[in-house]
Design a protein around this ligand. Structure first.
Ligand SMILES: C[S@@+](CC[C@H](N)C(=O)[O-])C[C@H]1O[C@@H](n2cnc3c(N)ncnc32)[C@H](O)[C@@H]1O
Length: 255
């Protein structure tokens, strides 16, 4: 069977047989010695420098990517790691694998709507919130489908579109639940207005197209959602004019 992530499958097989490569993970704290951390550390550098030859294998970084079965892949990967060893080991020792998948809100919405129907306004507490994107589900647009037929359209017009394929029976929300407060807790909260932090979030997403497919937020939509959140923080007086302008510009430059 074709692996869901052919590039990472081919790299993992090669790295497993190369002690110098998999030994790099010893720079990470024990609980973070995960193959995906090494992949993300390399991907992060490639996102910053997509003209490197290794990027030719990454389907998200090139229009016509080289085959994962190309025998030059592992040598190019090893040379890249060698050239960037200090940066990669610093990343391995300081970063942790983090994602923020707004697609999960499609599953949370019906449950939250049930609770809101019974108790009224909700206070959201998201433990392991990453960049906090799932806390803002009331700003996303949801479409629920069954057998290709649309069964519900919920939420405001939004650049963040979440499509849900419903199988079996279960409650479908009729409207967004009212959200009175939101709070996110994380060991390493991600500030998406910081370009290097936002790039790390992207680096943790696998580059293979099939593995990326479940991700409902294209990067520009994520940035637009962050811009709206930033404006709300400024309107509420939480960010000063200067803080707002600096962060807004950093985000707008990524669009
Ligand atoms: C896979 S991400 C999920 C992010 C988000 N909840 C989502 O569904 O898209 C897991 C997050 O949990 C955080 N995390 C892991 N252990 C934690 C802990 N003990 N306390 C708080 N956050 C933690 C990580 O830093 C990471 O941001």
């Amino acid at each position: 069977m074709e692996p869901r992530a052919p590039l990472y499958a081919a790299l993992a097989a090669g790295i497993a047989g190369d002690r110098a490569l998999h030994g790099l993970l010893l720079h990470a704290p024990p609980e973070q010695r995960l193959p995906v951390l090494l992949f993300a550390a390399v991907h992060d550098l490639l996102l910053a420098n997509p003209s490197h030859p290794l990027a030719q294998w990454y389907p998200n970084l090139t229009d016509h990517h080289r085959s994962p079965s190309d025998s030059a892949l592992l040598a190019t990967f090893a040379a890249f790691v060698d050239d960037h060893a200090p940066t990669i080991t610093a990343t391995l020792s300081s970063r942790s694998v983090q994602t923020n998948e707004v697609g999960r809100t499609g599953l949370l919405l019906p449950a939250l709507a049930l609770v809101a129907n019974e108790f009224g306004e909700l206070g959201l507490l998201d433990v392991g919130t990453s960049a906090g994107l799932t806390l803002f589900l009331d700003r996303y647009h949801f479409t629920y489908w069954t057998h290709g037929n649309k069964i519900a359209d919920i939420g405001p017009a939004s650049s963040v579109q979440v499509d849900v394929d419903v199988r079996g029976i279960g409650p479908i929300a009729e409207a967004l639940p009212p959200i009175a407060s939101r709070c996110g807790i994380d060991l390493h909260p991600i500030d998406v207005t910081d370009p290097s932090a936002a790039r790390w979030l992207e680096a943790c997403v696998w580059p293979d197209p099939a593995a990326r497919a479940p991700r409902a937020t294209p990067a520009p939509a994520t940035i637009e959602a962050s811009l709206r959140r930033l404006k709300a923080l400024h309107d509420e007086g939480i960010l000063t004019d200067d803080e707002y302008e600096t962060k807004r510009k950093a985000l707008a430059d990524q669009l």
